[in-house]
Design a binder for this molecule. Structure first.
Ligand code: UN1
Length: 476
C-alpha cells in the first residue's frame, strides 16, 4: 500500500516517486512504501506557508501556546505507539525510542511556555523625548531539515520554537524515517495549528532539501557536515540565515584518578548505545597511561556482554544500524583501521542473528593515534578508538586536535582537571563524569568548529534564530 503522507496546505498528498522502507532489524519486513515529494511539492508548500503565516503571526500568544501544549499532550498520550514506529522503521531500541519521544513531549511543553514569554526591551534614548523599544518578530517561513537518528526529538526542537514565535514551516524530515514523521505531522495537524502553517515534504536531500533551502526565509538543518556546508553557502548567497548542527568526533578523556567502572560504563553508553548513531557519540576515548590497560580491558569485557538484537526485542541494548549504506560505511572504517595498524580489540564484524538485519558487533580499536583516519572522520556507527596519552595536558591537546567541537567529556575525580577541561576544551558542550551523548531539553544545544554554525538551538536561546529584532524609536 502506498502511503501518501506529505502535508501541504492542510492536504495529504503522495508524490511522483516512492520509497520502500524495510525494518533494519528484519529486512524481510516491509514497513511501508511512501510517496516522495518533489521540488514542485516544496514550492506548493511554500506558497501555502506564505498564505498562512500572517494569520499565525497575528494569533495571540495564548493560541500558539495552546497549540504547543496540545502537541505535547498528544506526544505523551501516544508515546508507546510512536516509540514502536521508531523501533520498527529506524532500529532504535524501545527504551531509547521511548526516552526520545518523552523528550520531544517535554520540548513542545517547554516552548508552550516560551510562546508566552517572547522577550523585548524598552530603553531610553540619547535624544530627549524619545523612547526606544526593542521587539522580536517572526522570521517568516522557515525551512527545517531533520535527520533520521533523532527523528522526533530533533524535529520537535525545531518545529516547536518555530511555531511558538509565529513562523510558518516547511519541514523536510529524513526520507529514512517517514513513518514517525507522518505521525508527528498528524499530531501537529490535530493541535489547532491552522492548515498551511505547518507543511511536511518527505523526500531526498538533493531535490527536496535543496528546494527547501531555495524557498525559506531561514534554514535550520541537522545532518552531515558536507551538506551543511553547501546549505551555508547557498544561504549566504540568498542572504538568509541558517542554523546548522553537523557532525562530531567527540572525545571522552579518562584520567588516572577516574573511577574505572564509571569510566568504562560511560564509554560504552556514549560510544555504542543507539548503535553509535548520535552526533554526540564518544568516538575518541583518550586515556592516560596509568589507567589505560585496565580501562581498555574493562570496556572490552563490557562489550562482550552487550546484548545486540532486534530493536523491538525487550532484551536488546544495541539494535542494528539504520541501513545498508551506514552498514557498509562502518565496515569500510573497520578495514581502514586495520590498514592503519590500529589493534582491533573487539567486534568489527557483521552479526548473523535470527532475523536478517544490519547488525554489527560493537567495534573497539586500541593502540590508535589521533592522526589516523578513523580518529579524524565521523563514522556514525558502533565504533570507538582508544588513544593513549601521557598526562592531562596531552589529553586536552588531543581532545582539541579535531575539526569538530560538539560535546567533550572528562572522567576524573580531580576538581583541578575538571575545571581546567571545562574552561579549555573547544566544544559547545562539556560533560563531567557523564556520557558525551544525552542532553537536557531546556538548555542550549550546539557546538563549535565544523560541528555547528549559527545561533544555538533549544532552551531560551532558540529565540535568536526564530525571531528578528526590531528597534523602534518613538517621539512623543
Ligand atoms: C543527544 O545526544 O541527546 O543528531 C542528542 C544528533 C544530535 C542530537 C543528540 N543532534 O545526534
Amino acid at each position: 500500500m502506498l502511503l501518501e503522507k506529505n502535508l501541504i496546505g492542510g492536504t495529504w498528498t503522495g508524490g511522483s516517486d516512492t520509497l520502500e522502507i524495510r525494518n533494519p532489524s528484519n529486512l524481510d519486513e516491509v514497513v511501508g512504501t511512501y510517496g516522495m515529494a518533489t521540488a514542485a511539492d516544496v514550492n506548493a508548500a511554500f506558497a501555502a506557508a506564505r498564505r498562512a503565516q500572517p494569520a499565525w503571526r497575528g494569533a495571540t500568544i495564548e493560541q500558539r501556546s495552546m497549540a504547543l501544549d496540545a502537541i505535547s499532550r498528544m506526544i505523551f498520550e501516544q508515546k508507546d505507539r510512536l516509540a514502536e514506529i521508531m523501533a520498527r522503521e529506524g532500529g532504535k531500541t524501545i527504551p531509547d525510542a521511548l526516552g526520545e519521544v518523552v523528550r520531544a513531549g517535554h520540548i513542545a511543553r517547554f516552548f508552550a511556555g516560551e510562546a508566552l514569554r517572547i522577550p523585548g526591551e524598552k530603553m531610553g534614548s540619547v535624544r530627549p523625548g524619545v523612547d526606544v523599544e526593542i521587539t522580536r518578530e517572526p522570521v517568516g517561513v522557515v525551512g527545517l531539515i531533520t535527520p533520521w537518528n533523532f527523528p522526533i526529538a530533533v524535529s520537535l526542537w525545531k518545529i516547536s520554537p518555530a511555531l511558538a514565535f509565529g513562523n510558518a514551516i516547511v519541514w523536510k524530515p529524513s526520507e529514512k524515517t517517514p513513518g514517525i514523521s507522518a505521525a508527528i505531522a498528524e499530531i501537529v495537524a490535530a493541535s489547532g495549528v491552522p492548515a498551511g502553517v505547518f507543511n511536511m515534504v518527505i523526500g531526498r536531500g538533493p531535490e527536496v532539501g535543496a528546494a527547501v533551502v531555495e524557498g525559506a526565509d531561514a534554514v535550520s538543518f541537522t545532518g552531515s557536515a558536507a551538506t551543511g556546508r553547501r546549505i551555508a553557502v547557498r544561504c549566504a548567497e540568498r542572504m538568509v540565515r541558517c542554523q546548522l548542527e553537523m557532525g562530531g568526533k567527540n572525545p571522552l578523556v579518562v584520567l588516572d584518578d577516574a573511577d574505572l567502572d564509571l569510566a568504562a560504563d560511560l564509554a560504552v553508553n556514549g560510544a555504542y548505545f543507539q548503535a553509535g548513531q548520535r552526533c554526540t557519540a564518544s568516538s575518541r576515548l583518550i586515556v592516560t597511561s596509568g589507567i589505560h590497560d585496565a580501562f581498555a580491558k574493562a570496556v572490552a569485557t563490557r562489550l562482550e556482554k552487550v546484548r545486540i538484537g532486534p530493536a523491538l526485542d525487550k532484551e536488546t541494548q544495541v539494535g542494528p544500524v539504520i541501513d545498508e549504506s551506514q552498514f557498509e560505511k562502518n565496515l569500510k572504517y573497520v578495514e581502514i583501521g586495520k590498514q592503519e595498524n590500529a589493534r582491533l580489540a573487539s567486534g568489527g564484524n557483521p552479526l548473523q542473528l535470527s532475523t536478517r538485519g544490519w547488525f554489527l558487533a560493537p567495534t573497539l580499536f586500541a593502540d590508535t593515534t589521533n592522526t589516523m583516519q578513523i580518529n579524524r572522520e565521523e563514522i556514525f556507527g558502533p565504533f570507538a578508538s582508544i588513544i593513549r596519552v601521557a598526562d592531562y595536558d596531552e589529553a586536552l591537546a588531543v581532545a582539541n586536535d579535531t575539526e569538530y567541537g560538539l560535546s567533550a567529556g572528562i572522567v576524573t575525580t580531580s576538581m583541578k582537571y575538571a575545571r581546567h577541561f571545562q574552561a579549555n576544551v573547544q566544544a559547545g558542550m562539556t560533560m563531567l563524569n557523564l556520557p558525551t551523548a544525552g542532553v537536557d531539553y531546556h538548555t542550549p544545544f550546539g557546538g563549535r568548529k565544523m560541528s555547528s554554525y549559527g545561533p544555538r538551538e533549544q532552551g531560551r536561546y532558540a529565540v535568536e534564530f526564530y525571531t528578528m529584532v526590531k528597534t523602534s524609536y518613538l517621539a512623543a
